[in-house]
Design a protein around this ligand. Structure first.
Ligand code: MLT
Length: 306
């Protein structure tokens, strides 16, 4: 009998994959053969001697001490691509929130909803609605930093919307290069992408090499008024540099999936509570993939991470 320790927020569709004749699911850490988890941080946690594998139901593995586990022979899986569509859809929403008067418009419509005289309400609405006019995405340039599963899906969506797409990836894999549309113009470096993009969307993992990749120097060359979208990880940007660039009027808007003290409350910032991958479909895809990876490893010794 294999023992699987599960952590919060794993879709039951994934856990149902484990055959109860072979697996005991949801037991204690102390004698677990494998963990299946989402965002639980494992740094500093005791590692049971029985532990053979950990599967993260998600793309980023920055909540797992991968190096330390590797030295102990513990295999760490993630679920590349399983939540890419969910993130891609939220990136699109993030762009639209900056181009159209959606948020202030909703607030205004709500305030009108308290009026009882509908003729008066319509009169007011006609008078005020020009305040909420926006611009279109079609014809604008989107620069994508990181062209893996999520970045390439964002690229396809932007191309379908009539945007021009530039891409930069410091470590593009052969698989990712095959997946990428030919219509994406590959940039040799980050500064040339930043200088030419109306929107910049970040899709690189949280590594030491990507920490503060978007810092004051990078932002000093960004196209004036550009919108920066961060649905990757908070560590990739330097928040103080973002704040400074927004205040100086260089960076137009910052859209982030991570609340940041002092930044999320800024007028030019739209922050969300790390919900990029939070859809039923994505949670199910990730949990099913993670469960299958663990079973394939424990039962057959195969390491499948795609
Ligand atoms: C990811 O790394 O794929 C996401 O951050 C997943 C999540 O929100 O759990």
């Amino acid at each position: 009998m294999f023992k699987i320790k599960t952590y919060n927020a794993i879709s039951s569709k994934g856990l149902e994959r484990f055959n109860p004749k072979t697996y005991e699911v949801g037991g204690a850490v102390a004698d677990a053969d494998a963990y299946v988890l989402r965002s639980q941080k494992l740094h500093g946690e005791p590692v049971p001697p029985s532990l053979l594998a950990v599967a993260r139901a998600g793309a980023g593995v920055n909540n797992i001490p991968v190096g330390e586990y590797g030295q102990q022979g513990i295999v760490v899986f993630n679920t590349p691509g399983a939540n890419a569509n969910a993130v891609k859809e939220l990136v699109l929403a993030g762009m639209l929130l900056t181009t159209r008067g959606i948020l202030p418009g909703i607030e205004y419509a709500r305030s009108l909803g308290t009026m009882t005289d509908s003729a008066e309400m319509h009169q007011l609405l006609e008078k005020e609605k020009s305040r909420f006019a926006g611009t279109e995405l079609r014809g604008k340039t989107l620069g994508i930093v990181g062209l893996g599963a999520i970045g390439s899906m964002v690229a396809d969506t932007a191309l379908a919307l009539g945007m021009k797409v530039l891409g930069f990836d410091p470590a593009l894999s052969i698989d990712a290069a095959w997946r990428l549309s030919n219509a994406v113009q590959r940039m040799e470096n980050l500064p040339s992408l930043l200088a030419r993009s109306d929107f910049v969307s970040i899709h690189v993992p949280a590594l030491e090499s990507t920490r503060h990749m978007i810092d004051a120097a990078a932002l000093s060359g960004i196209k004036p008024g550009a919108v920066l979208l961060n649905f990757a990880r908070e560590t990739i940007v330097d928040p103080a540099a973002i704040l400074q660039s927004l205040d100086a009027g260089r960076l137009g808007r910052y859209v982030s999936d991570f609340p940041e003290p002092g930044l999320s409350t800024h007028d030019k910032c739209i922050a969300m509570p790390h919900i990029g991958a939070s859809t039923e479909e994505s949670e199910e895809n990730c949990a099913v993939m993670a469960a299958d990876q663990i079973m394939e490893f424990l039962e057959n010794g195969n390491i499948v991470n795609s």
